[in-house]
Design a protein around this ligand. Sequence first.
Ligand code: ADP
Length: 220
Amino acid sequence: MNVIEGRNLTKIYGKKENQTVAINHMDISVKSGEYLAITGASGSGKSTLLHLIGGLESYTDGTLMVCGKDLNMNDEALSAFRRQNIGFIYQQFHLFPQLTVYQNIVLPAMIHKNERYEQRAVELLEYLDLSDKKNALPSELSGGQQQRTAIARALITGAKMILADEPTGNLDSASAEKVKVLLEQVWKTFHITLIVVTHDLSYAQRAERRIEMCDGRILA
Ligand code: ADP
């Protein structure tokens, strides 16, 4: 079963003479439970594609089905879709600096009014080896610990798809390796679909499948 099905997908930023075609009539299919790496030069459209799949932005033309939903929907419906289905991991972690590790992790579940989040948060803290950092602030954590917090946050609502944009781009090589292994464990343990955008070809080669983007399209 395909969990992502994009046809003739197009994203244009700006108007008239300032237009940028970020995604250019692209077809893409991703199977449920697949581990996919997306590579390509800077500006080739990788992040835009991730944003469209994750419902962070709407597309200009074409069709896009993700997790059985047609993403041609309004902003409010897109937010609900995102909260229920997608976990995001970013290069810069994007944790709230004034919230503790625990508070950062449970925030999406509280917004989603998911009542069983407390038990799940405890399990995730343990699984991600963060139990002793539960009450720490992000500034008191290493880069690897911050990214593990972001992984727990991505999993708290039971999302079945993780979209990771350069997840190891801000880490030293030892921490980067740990995060790669951890994401692969998460992929196997939770039977999620994992999509990683990376510049790092050796990282991309670990995925089940790689696609390379160029000028808003997948290279043949
Ligand atoms: P990549 O992730 O491969 O570096 P992006 O998806 O970020 O590529 O960008 C693809 C193209 O779209 C680039 O030309 C970029 O400048 C443009 N772009 C991305 N986001 C915006 C935006 N919010 N407004 C205008 N242009 C954008």
